[in-house]
Design a protein around this ligand. Structure first.
Ligand code: MRU
Length: 363
């Protein structure tokens, strides 16, 4: 996607040939800062501290993290230890395991001396594949938005609600939930996006809003609690969210608060779609509620907030009384029965085991 007219991805090999570069997402939307990752430890830290985040981008960063590790120690043990270190960073997004297992399967049959170079090539392939998957999700989701636009009549605006950031910043490029949104906007369909601020880390307010603004897509940031009210008043035509892990049966794990939006959508007859690239589907898990590990993050993300002061500096302030406890589960599970459909790179499918298996017989 373009920033000030210049095309960017979220991750790319450094020009020095020994590093990878990322956009430091902890600095957005106030500053655009590129960070250099030169070691496995720096790649693992970037994932854990959320300099990079979003399921597909976590997987892509892990792939490059393996390359950085193999440059130092290409042995079988080096490969296994690096995979374990990366897998320990964040537990919920399945793309991390998908990328590490895939890279390991490619690299372990090779002689150690060949591994680093192959890892660099394979990491780039994983990134390119992510971009083509997301573009295909855009093409698959566009007719849904077009149909709503046609139904509403000429010139009417289609209002789409999204939660968290499942945009290009959460992927290598294009985004998942935003792919149909960008496709519709670029096709000239009048759209407007309700952007859930997405407490506690505010990925909607700081990242999705920044992306949409840069791309010229009309949008309004709303408090997380506003969605149900807007749905009751006919102000939301559809919901599109991303996923950190979708089970083989169609349960969707995504950013905390997604489930409440799905409940409100069901109660108000608003279609609730999930953009689900196949690397985000965990074919080994059937019961999302019981089997998906939910990341618990620091209470400080709930009790404190960062923002820009009038002088341009960024400051962190406390929100809660000193001494109050806080808990911070980062994801929740939306049962398949609340999902209208999964928008995958192979088309739109019902959130059910039989439909998913039929669309992906090779998985
Ligand atoms: O904690 P984050 O910011 O990594 O969570 C991101 C989300 O929940 C996204 O909605 C999800 O990863 C889908 S990204 C295409």
């Amino acid at each position: 996607m373009k920033i000030k007219g210049k095309p960017h991805r979220t991750i790319w090999p450094g020009a020095d040939g020994v590093s990878v570069e990322i956009i430091d997402q902890t600095r957005l939307p106030h500053e655009f800062v590129v960070a250099r990752l030169g070691t496995l430890g720096e790649a693992a830290h970037a994932i854990k501290a959320m300099l990079v985040r979003g399921a597909p981008l976590i997987g892509a960063t892990a792939s490059y993290g393996l390359w950085l590790a193999l440059r130092v120690d290409p042995s079988d043990k080096g490969l296994a230890d690096a995979g374990a270190a990366l897998m320990a960073t964040r537990p919920t997004a399945i793309n991390l395991r998908w990328a590490v297992e895939r890279m390991t399967a490619w690299l372990s049959p090779l002689r150690p001396a060949e591994r680093a170079e192959a890892a660099l090539r394979r990491a780039a392939e994983i990134c390119d594949e992510d971009v083509s998957i997301n573009s295909a999700i855009g093409a698959a989701g566009l007719p849904l938005i077009r149909a709503i636009a046609v139904g509403k009549g000429r010139g009417a605006v289609v209002n789409i609600l999204t939660h968290c950031n499942a945009g290009w910043l959460a992927t290598v490029d294009v985004g998942t939930a935003t792919a149909p949104i960008y496709a519709a906007h670029d096709a000239g369909i009048p759209i407007h996006v309700w952007v859930d601020e997405t407490r506690p880390r505010n990925q909607g307010a700081s990242l999705t809003a920044w992306e949409l603004l840069n791309h010229g897509v009309p949008h309004s940031v709303i408090a997380d609690n506003a969605g149900g009210h807007l749905m009751q008043h006919g102000e939301v035509d559809m919901v599109i969210v991303g996923t950190d892990r979708t089970t083989a049966t169609g349960d969707v794990c995504n950013k905390i608060g997604t489930y409440l939006k799905a409940l409100a959508a069901k109660d108000n007859g608003v279609p609730f779609y999930v953009a689900a690239p196949s690397p985000s589907i965990d074919w080994r898990v059937r019961d999302g509620l019981k089997e998906i590990p939910i990341e618990n993050r620091s209470a400080r993300e709930v009790t404190h907030l960062s923002g820009r002061l009038p002088d341009g500096s960024v400051a962190t302030v406390a929100l809660t009384p000193e001494g109050s406890g806080a808990v911070n589960p980062a994801f929740d599970v939306t049962p398949a029965r609340l999902v209208t459909g999964l928008i995958t790179e192979r088309g739109i499918v019902k959130a059910s085991e039989s439909a998913l298996r039929e669309l992906f017989p090779d998985k």
